[in-house]
Design a protein around this ligand. Structure first.
Ligand code: GTP
Length: 558
């Protein structure tokens, strides 16, 4: 995993992964060390057990051979053993008893110096010539313990213990001498080889067959003496040193065995050179280790899972105050209220929390100031906007209003007429237009001054406005001229009625300083769909002119 990729995880996950990996490595390392140590211990234990057993087997065989040899020596040195017929008969009784009590004795007897058997247990081989037998040859001069060999003379006389196996013995012999030290006979005994092998096998554990532990007896040359089935077939001597310790050895069957061996100690009476060996197949001996390894793997995995869970919990625990601080910092940018940071924190985080608390306090105060400043600014903008709107309205009104008479000016008239003209064209209903001119106004100016003239114009405008409906429109059309428009007009009578009403109201009004003033009017009904706006104005102007010509203070309709 790339480091940069690692940093994409949350802090908690990073902690969990780190704790998890460390714990896992420690667990696996500990398991490997413990496992290796335990394997070595177990292997040593198995090897030690086999070595102890093979040692016991060797001791037992050697001690038993010693005992039997001692018995033969003891018997051979019995005074007057062959002195008389009675002594020989007694010897036979003793040999009979010994053979009856100790089944390992297959045969026991005495041959005279010429090699003829003169007495024997069970009278076996009595009178037979044994001069060619090794036990007799060596036993003439010294105590002798011979190596295992197949029965020759006795093979027909004794039953076989195992049909598949020849009858085999080991021989013990000792010279029998008279008081002068002259040889008078050789005492010999044949011991069943099976007795030796049974002794060796007696050290095996009860479950030896299950554990496939086998005992071997090898000759000095490494040839298998026991078990008979493997005689001459199995050996390991070619490749291995002969040492009295347990080790793993590949035998001639190409299989590895835990092998414990010990050489039979040699004594003055015996130079057999046998080697007792115990072996157990490695895969069987160490089978429990496989189970143990499996158990350890399962245990390690279980512990790793527990450790991972624990790491996740520990990471959560360690990360909890940091997560709270992160939340507090996130709220700094969102909450308008002051942020409360957690109180119970480690020393380092406490310092950080204090800094966040101070920042929150400052931020809240700054935010409050900002809100207030913003509100004030908004209020001022609203005020200014309202003032601007009022000023704009005033300006708009001013632009459309005649300053002297306070009614609409000529521009406003033009716009209104265009509007009404279009409306009329769309609806098909006519609008009325009256153009009003003050009669002999020049004289007012001339007689009373321009200022009084202005007052008269303002008063006439006021009078006109008061005489028409609020929905009607009045404008100062020119110097001393006014115009009135109303919509809709259906008959000329309606137009005439308004014209007359205006004329009458003005003429009947008494103006200060000036007294009575009259007006002349010219009007027409304009249908927007029939004529254009300018043509309508010309018609009204023409009618006004007619009113002037006709003597003034009247109205004319075009
Ligand atoms: N005081 C004053 N006089 C104005 C104003 N505008 C125009 N006049 C005067 O109004 C007079 C109009 O005179 P004329 O056009 O000759 O007409 P009249 O004297 O009214 O005579 P008739 O219209 O023929 O009845 C002029 O003397 C203009 O100076 C104004 O705003 N104030």
């Amino acid at each position: 995993m790339k480091i940069s990729y690692f940093y994409r995880f949350s802090f908690r996950t990073q902690l969990a992964i780190t704790f998890g990996i460390v714990t896992f490595v420690v667990l696996v390392t500990a398991s490997l060390i413990f496992g290796f140590w335990f394997v070595r211990l177990h292997q040593a234990s198995i090897q030690n057990e086999l070595q102890a057993r093979v040692h016991a087997a060797s001791e037992l065989v050697m001690q038993s051979l010693k005992d039997r040899t001692a018995e033969i020596i003891d018997l051979s040195r019995t005074p007057d053993l062959l002195k008389s017929e009675d002594a020989i008969a007694q010897l036979q009784d003793r040999m009979n008893n010994k053979r009856a009590l100790k089944s390992e004795y297959a045969w026991m007897g005495v041959a005279n110096p010429d090699g003829k058997v003169i007495t024997a247990a069970g009278k076996m081989l009595l009178g037979k010539d044994v001069t060619s037998r090794d036990w007799f040859k060596v036993g003439r001069t010294a105590t002798w313990l011979g190596d295992v060999h197949e029965a020759v003379l006795l093979s027909r006389l004794l039953p076989r213990e195992n049909e598949n196996e020849p009858l085999r013995f080991i021989d013990i012999a000792a010279p029998v001498q008279n008081t002068k030290g002259e040889l008078i006979g050789v005492l010999g005994a044949h011991l069943h080889w099976s007795w030796v092998t049974t002794l060796a096998e007696s050290v095996l554990p009860e479950d030896a067959s299950v554990r496939e532990i086998q005992v071997y007896i090898l000759s000095r040359d490494g040839v298998t003496l026991y078990p008979f089935a493997d005689t001459g077939k199995i050996s390991f001597r070619q490749n291995e040193d002969l040492k009295n310790s347990a080790t793993e050895i590949v035998w001639s069957d190409s299989k590895a065995y835990v092998t414990a061996q010990i050489g039979l100690p040699q004594t003055p009476e015996q130079h057999l050179g046998w080697r007792v060996v115990l072996r157990q197949p490695v895969e069987v001996a160490y089978a429990p280790l496989k189970t143990l390894a499996l158990q350890m793997i399962v245990l390690t995995l279980a512990m790793a899972i527990c450790a991972a869970w624990l790491a996740y919990r520990v990471a959560a625990f360690v990360n909890a105050p940091i997560a709270l601080l992160v939340q507090a910092v996130q709220r700094l940018g969102v909450d308008t209220n002051q942020v409360d940071v957690p109180k119970r924190l480690p020393q380092e985080l406490r310092t950080l929390a204090d800094a966040i608390q101070i920042a929150s306090t400052d931020l809240t105060a700054s935010r409050q100031e900002l809100v207030e400043a913003n509100e004030m600014l908004e209020r001022r903008v609203e005020e200014r906007t309202r003032e601007l709107e009022l000023a704009n309205d005033a300006l708009a009104r001013q632009a459309m209003t005649d300053g002297l008479t306070n009614v609409a000016n000529r521009r406003a008239f033009d716009m209104k007429q265009s509007e009404l003209h279009a409306l009329s064209a769309r609806t098909g209903q006519a609008y009325g237009l009256l153009i009003i001119d003050v009669d002999h106004f020049k004289q007012v100016n001339d007689n009373y001054g321009h200022h009084v003239g202005d007052q008269v114009l303002a008063a006439i405008a006021s009078k006109i406005t008061a005489s028409i409906r609020t929905t009607d429109f009045v404008a100062r059309y020119g110097g001393e001229e006014f115009a009135v428009m109303f919509y809709p007009v259906t008959t000329p009578d309606e137009l005439a009625e308004v014209a007359e009403k205006l004329r009458k109201n003005v003429s009947q009004f008494t103006f200060s300083t000036v007294g009575h003033v009259t007006i002349s009017l010219g009007g027409c009904m304009i249908s927007g769909g029939s004529i254009d706006r300018e043509s309508g104005l010309k018609f009204a102007d023409g009618a006004l002119y007619q009113s002037k010509l006709a003597g003034r203070n009247r109205y004319t309709l075009a």
